[in-house]
Ligand binder design. Structure first.
Ligand code: APR
Ligand code: PHB
Length: 390
């Protein structure tokens, strides 16, 4: 098989790039390790920054998002028993975010690929990139007993944090930066009316909590838990009781509870791999960097990678201009690190750290007081939350 761009990974990053390139007449093949059912059963975050929503529209995939997604002009931070609102619209100069589940978004991207007869190969086992520093790279995968070879001009590593692409870059070329946080998030999805029309990020001495939503009948809640906890340690009743304890009384009192549809624990980690290019391999999204979910940056830092790669590929194929490809790693990493900084800051501001000393706690308290007493600080939070320009 032959294609122009071979994309490893059929998550949002890989599918979005495939769709955008297809619309410009550039041929792609997407290789996904899992079945479509498996990919679409994964529950992921649900806040899209303005720039990502625009990219969905450019990819001709924005129709359902625009119909069913909710525009949020602000969110709350709960602390010391009170709710303070961050007016995103006011402090970001008119921007907002779209609340739309990443699972739904992935479904829309798959549908768009199908409609255009895009090639997405599921259950591709043992995917391996080869000859990445040559002009003729290729990717192989196993289909039953057969090894299939795909020749291409470029390989895109969009195969998430545990994928094969980053691992195929030699150790002496790659530098990895990592910070692991001493807690996780226990998340629950429930068919209940969300307690608040806007998200509530809650700082509490017992630990952080987050009230989010997927729709007016589907809520997504999280609480900070020790890394040693398992899902079995948390009955639904125990979860709701703990969530309510971490919120202001009046919020807890109006919380609608119900059986969990999904319950899982995710550890919190910050990670960046540099560079994001090796020969003709380009990393994008979670394959190159991950953030703790506190700033809702996960998918959004993938968005700028896709945006830069998309424009770089179009310039290469249409104008013979390789400057975008040459600058890709530096340009992508500059924005990636800003998303890293913001996610680390939100995480540090709002969580209870098991090893914190009284001095750290005073600083955390002061950071919050400063935030709600300074228009400049609120502007800084808002411009990062709605997404820095690409
Ligand atoms: N071969 C082929 N596909 C692979 C391989 C492999 N060896 N390893 C992983 N994959 C697939 C995964 O099954 C997954 O569907 O690559 C895809 C990567 O998708 P994501 O993990 O969703 O990463 P990405 O598309 O970059 O999306 C980033 O998703 O993970 C969230 O929080 C993250 O919001 C961010 C967004
Ligand atoms: C979610 O809805 O899952 C969600 C929202 C905001 C975050 C993290 C997760 O910061």
């Amino acid at each position: 098989m032959k294609t122009q761009v071979c994309i490893i990974g059929g998550g949002p990053s890989g599918l979005m790039l495939s769709q955008l390139l297809h619309l410009k007449g550039i041929d792609t093949v997407v290789l996904e390790k899992h079945s479509r059912e498996y990919v679409l059963a994964r529950i992921r975050a649900g806040v899209l920054e303005h720039g990502f929503a625009e990219l969905m529209r450019e990819a001709q995939c924005g129709e359902r998002m625009d119909r069913e997604g909710e525009i949020h002009d602000g969110f709350f931070i709960s602390h010391d028993g009170v709710l303070d609102r961050v007016d995103l619209q006011k402090y970001s100069g008119g921007s907002s975010v779209v609340v739309y589940g990443q699972t739904e978004l992935t479904r829309d991207l798959y549908e768009a690929r199908d409609k255009m007869n895009g090639v997405v190969i599921h259950n591709a086992d043992d995917v391996k990139p080869h000859d990445l520093t040559s002009d003729a790279p290729f990717v192989t995968y196993r289909e039953g007993d057969e090894i299939v070879r795909i020749d291409c001009d470029f390989v895109i590593g969009a195969d998430g944090f545990h994928g094969v692409s980053r691992k195929s870059i030699p150790r002496d070329v790659l530098t990895e930066y990592e910070k692991v946080y001493p807690f996780g998030w226990l998340g629950v999805l429930s068919r209940t009316k969300p307690v608040s029309p806007e998200l509530i990020y809650a700082k509490h001495e017992r630990g952080f909590a987050l009230c989010s939503l997927r729709s007016q009948v589907l809520s997504r809640y999280y609480i900070q838990v020790p890394l040693t906890d398992t899902v079995e340690d948390w009955s639904d009743d125990a979860f709701w009781a703990e969530l309510k304890r971490r919120l202001p009384d009046e919020v807890g009192a109006r919380m609608e509870t119900g059986p969990s549809i999904e319950k899982s624990i995710a550890p919190l980690r910050s990670f960046v791999a540099e560079p994001m290019r090796y020969g003709n391999l380009f990393l994008a999204g979670d394959a190159a960097h991950i953030v703790p979910p506190t700033g809702a940056r996960g998918l959004n830092s993938a968005a700028s990678d896709i945006y830069y790669l998309y424009h770089a590929m179009v310039a290469h194929y249409k104008d013979g201009d390789d400057s975008g490809l040459e600058n890709y790693s530096a340009k992508a990493l500059a924005r990636v690190w800003k998303a890293q900084r913001f996610s680390w800051w939100m995480t540090t501001l709002l969580h209870t750290f098991p090893d914190s000393i009284p001095y750290d706690q005073k600083l955390q308290q002061t950071d919050l007081e400063y935030l709600f007493s300074s228009e400049a600080a609120l502007s800084s939070l808002a411009e990062n939350y709605v997404g820095l320009p690409f």
